[in-house]
Every structure is written in C-alpha cells, then in structure tokens.
Design a protein around this ligand. Structure first.
Ligand code: ADP
Ligand code: MG
Length: 215
C-alpha cells in the first residue's frame, strides 16, 4: 500500500462522517463518565479539518500531520485536543520527508501517536482512555508484521486490535480523565475517547482494505 496526503484526507472525511452519525451515542457515553462534551469537541475538530481539506491534501505528509496537530489543538476543546495535537506532532516527526505512507511507515506513525498520547496524558494501557484501542491496534499490527502476514491481514489485525481495545474499556476502572471522579470510575461504560479513537482506526483500516491498496 501507498497512501498519499490526499488519500489520508479522504480517510479523515470517512472518520468525520462516522463521527457525525454518532452524535447521540458519543455524547451519552461522555455524559455517563465525564461532562458530555466529547462528541462536540471532536466534531468541531473534524468539521474544521474538512473545511481545510483541499489545502491539507496538497501538503507533504509531514506538513499534513503538523497542520492537523495545530488544528486539533486549537479547535478541539478539552483533553482530547491536546492529546490529538501531541499524537499528530509525533506522527509528523515519524513521517520525516516521506512522499507517501507505506505499511511500515503507517506502523511507525501509529506507534509514535501512541507514545505522544501516553506521554502527554501520563496514561498507560488499561487506564480506560483513548490509549487502549490505539495500543492494541499497534501491538496487533506489529505482531502480524513480525509473523510475515500480508498487508490485508496486517490491516485487519490492526482493525480488530482497535475494536478489542475499545471494548475492553467497559470493564476498566478509569485512571485518567473525568471518569476517575465518578464513584464507579466508569465501570460498565465504554470510554468515549476510546470509541472515537476506534472510529478513526477503523476508517483507516477499512479505507486501505477497500481501496485494494493492500495486497
Ligand atoms: P474532557 O475530559 O476535558 O472533557 P473530552 O471529553 O473531549 O475532554 O475527552 C475525554 C476523553 O479523553 C476520555 O474519554 C479519554 O479517552 C481521553 N483522556 C482524558 N484524559 C486522558 C489522559 N490523561 N490520557 C489519555 N487519554 C485521556
Ligand atoms: Mg468531556
């Protein structure tokens, strides 16, 4: 697979659509464990990114990620904006001067994003946050690559890992974010940030699988 900036922007558009369709669901999840603004925060960010889509599509990969970082940091309120800002700054550094994203670079980008969020949020896997789907996605992807799986299998493993990590947050006690302050620490509820992270990882995998880029 080879993914250009324009294709990455197409992929963001698919994530924006999925997010937009799930307004009530995400808002209810954040109302149960936090303050109810997570959908509005994320949606504002994605709406702005889509307004900039032409400009974004024309940028080299690293500049694209820098621009996404700045936009998310300034437009998305709350913790998520800062965390996605850190994730995309790390992604920009990982992309260096690449013209397009191949599978090993995609793995490096996702690993860098994970490290960015974990260090900025002082969060570990198992803390019931957006880290959980991303962590399991990256781990599953790396394992599949080490086992010599083909690209489609690697992308499917990434997608399945993200879903498993998202689902696992339901049983976790929150160690970061507003859910920490709930008497039940959010146990029994999915973490909203994990669900929106899963949307993005899912659309990324589906886009690459569907495009027939993966072999
Ligand atoms: P806020 O909590 O400031 O209202 P949002 O509602 O937009 O911000 O985002 C909440 C989500 O951010 C949580 O569901 C969780 O996934 C994620 N999150 C919050 N704090 C952290 C942290 N320290 N590390 C990683 N993720 C976090
Ligand atoms: Mg919130």
């Amino acid at each position: 697979m080879q993914m250009t900036s324009a294709e990455y922007v197409d992929c963001l558009r698919a994530a924006a659509t999925l997010l937009n369709e799930n307004k009530d669901y995400i808002t209810e999840l954040d109302a149960a464990t936090g303050d109810g603004d997570h959908w509005a925060n994320m949606n504002m960010g994605f709406v702005r990114l889509m307004e900039m889509s032409e400009e974004l599509a024309a940028l080299p990969v690293s500049d694209l990620f820098k621009k996404i970082a700045m936009t998310m940091m300034s437009v998305i309120g709350g913790s998520a904006g800062v965390l996605y800002g850190s994730a995309y700054l790390k992604a920009a550094a990982a992309a260096k001067d690449a013209q397009a994203i191949d599978l090993p670079l995609l793995r490096d980008i996702l690993r860098a994003q994970l490290e960015g969020i974990m260090s900025r949020g002082k969060a570990q896997p198992g803390f019931k946050t957006m880290v959980d789907p991303l962590h399991q996605a990256v781990d599953a992807m790396e394992r599949a690559m080490e086992e010599g799986k083909n690209e489609a299998e690697v992308l499917s493993a990434m997608r399945d890992g993200a879903e498993a990590g998202m689902k696992a947050t339901a049983d976790m006690e929150a160690m970061r974010g507003r859910a920490c302050y709930q008497p039940d620490k959010g146990v029994g509820h999915l973490d909203p940030g994990a669900v929106t992270m899963w949307y993005q990882l899912q659309t990324l995998a589906d886009f690459l699988l569907k495009e027939g880029n993966a072999v």
